[in-house]
Write a protein that binds this ligand. Structure first.
Ligand code: ATP
Ligand code: MG
Length: 467
């Protein structure tokens, strides 16, 4: 064992693997069977990165056996031999050792060929840094493809002959882009050269699988690095043609970059933990190629936010994104052009807040800031953005009561003041108070609303059927 391997083994041995997962490995190994930790969790521990929640486990046991061994399982990828084993507070994705089958449709192995040979299983894995296996019970670390030295050099390299491996499964180039961006690795030259050799095969890859990788890619510090690799490979054109065609679309004096580069820069500057803002940042200007009109030598793009919102919706739908995320992104793209002027009346601010929704405001600000940082001119923030933030704060504070729940009195106050029991009349009284407060936000104090209720009681007492 080299010093280097010893260090890696020590690091893995010192890691606090969940006790439940260790017990599961032990159970899998009973009777002379094999079970190893593999995949991203090993890689991330060795890199000192926060690990994934699910551990990947490889075993010689068949899926049916794994299902019999554990009471709580989900056969999530049974066709490929993968069973999700649910443990207290954690879970493992348990996959039976496989060897590479023939990938006729570039989507799934034609026939999954199970094996009891760990080495064959590691050889079918995508990248060397993903092809390690570790047994935390014995401390054995298997590194058959030089993954440890690639980890140390921060280098992503295909296992085996890159082009052949990419053509077997054309998702692998997308995974390459994802890993290069998230791990901030170099792409080994021969692996890089093979990226472009799969466009014909890539059409056959299920969009859901592409989406999963893109979602992970977008959480990188700089997604642009991965997106550029996809463009280089001709895959951006295939999966996000709306974005790819923004290349070389010139802008105007407000921008140093063409629309494509500006989109990538904006994306990099959006907060990584806000997926919707990241996607909106990437797609916010995809309506520009359709709306560009040249005026006095400068590009104008009237209405690009509406065209862009529609295109963004189609793109995300095609890649099978969840409806909720799609709706958020479409909304942000559509509203990203807000243009605040000091002359806006309070009513105008309130109308804008109501249109975009209070919950979207912080995201729209994040998007605008990313947009400004992404213009390449280093112009700083316009004072108007801070001014709008302050105005919104004031207007919201003044008109706090936008819902019945925000009133300074509640149903109990209404029942006490009016001397009535529970019933529809309570809600009606609250609605009436809300109407008044919306007109005059200053009325929303307990004192004034109780006085108003006393007035209501007096009015009711004056009517023949009053209580
Ligand atoms: P993450 O931290 O995102 O889970 P990961 O490397 O564990 O990263 P998974 O998609 O969970 O990625 O896959 C687990 C392992 O299975 C990988 O590390 C790799 O060894 C192997 N693998 C996954 N997808 C492929 C593929 N398309 N081709 C070959 N091997 C793959
Ligand atoms: Mg994983």
């Amino acid at each position: 064992m080299t010093e280097f391997e010893a260090l890696a083994a020590a690091r893995l041995a010192a890691h606090p693997w969940p006790a439940q997962a260790l017990a599961a490995l032990e159970r899998l190994r009973a009777g002379g069977h094999q079970a190893y930790l593999v995949g991203g969790a090993l890689r991330d521990v060795l890199l000192g990165r926060p690990g994934a929640e699910l551990l990947d486990v490889a075993t010689d046991r068949r899926p049916e056996e794994v299902m019999r061994l554990f009471p709580r399982i989900e056969p999530i990828g049974i066709a490929h031999g993968t069973v999700l084993v649910l443990l207290d507070g954690t879970g493992i994705e348990c996959t039976t050792f496989r060897r590479e089958g023939a990938y006729a449709d570039a989507r799934h192995p034609d026939d999954v060929e199970f094996t009891t040979d760990l080495r064959a299983d590691l050889a079918r894995r995508d990248f060397t840094v993903n092809a390690l296996a570790y047994d935390p019970l014995s401390g054995v670390l298997v590194d058959q493809h030089g993954g440890l030295s690639d980890l140390a050099r921060r280098r992503l390299r295909a296992v085996g002959e890159p082009l052949a491996r990419f053509r077997e499964d054309a998702l692998r180039p997308v995974r390459a882009a994802r890993f290069v961006a998230t791990l901030e690795f170099e792409l080994e030259p021969a692996t890089r050269a093979a990226l472009g050799g799969v466009v014909d095969r890539a059409r056959l890859v299920a969009p859901e699988r592409v989406r999963v990788e893109l979602e992970k890619l977008m959480a990188a510090r700089r997604p642009s690095v991965g997106l550029e690799l996809l463009r280089e490979a001709g895959l951006l054109e295939l999966w996000m043609p709306e974005l790819a065609r923004c290349q070389a679309v010139p802008q105007n004096r407000w921008h140093a970059y063409d629309v494509y580069t500006h989109s990538l820069e904006t994306c990099d500057h959006a907060p990584p933990e806000k997926a919707a803002v990241r996607w909106a940042a990437l797609l916010h200007d995809i309506g520009k190629p359709d709306t560009r009109v040249e005026r006095r030598g400068d590009g104008t793009f009237y209405g690009h936010e509406r065209v862009g919102a529609e295109l963004a919706g189609c793109l995300l739908q095609r890649l099978r994104f969840a409806g909720a995320l799609r709706a958020e992104v479409v909304h942000l793209v559509r509203e990203h052009m807000f243009d605040y002027r000091a002359q806006w009346s309070d009513a105008a601010v309130r109308r804008w807040v109501r249109r975009v929704g209070e919950e979207a405001i912080a995201d729209l600000f994040d998007l605008r800031i990313a947009d400004l940082l992404g213009n390449g001119l280093k112009t700083g923030f316009p004072a108007s953005l801070e001014a709008l933030r302050r105005r919104i704060g004031q207007v919201l504070a003044d008109s706090r009561a936008l819902r019945v729940g925000d009133l300074a009195v509640d149903g109990r106050d209404v029942m006490n003041s009016l001397g009535i029991g529970p019933g529809p009349a309570v809600g009606e009284a609250l609605e009436a108070l809300l109407e008044e407060v919306l007109e005059q936000p200053g009325c929303n104090t307990r004192e004034r609303l109780l006085a108003r209720l006393a007035g209501l009681r007096a009015a009711r007492a004056g009517t023949p059927d009053g209580a």
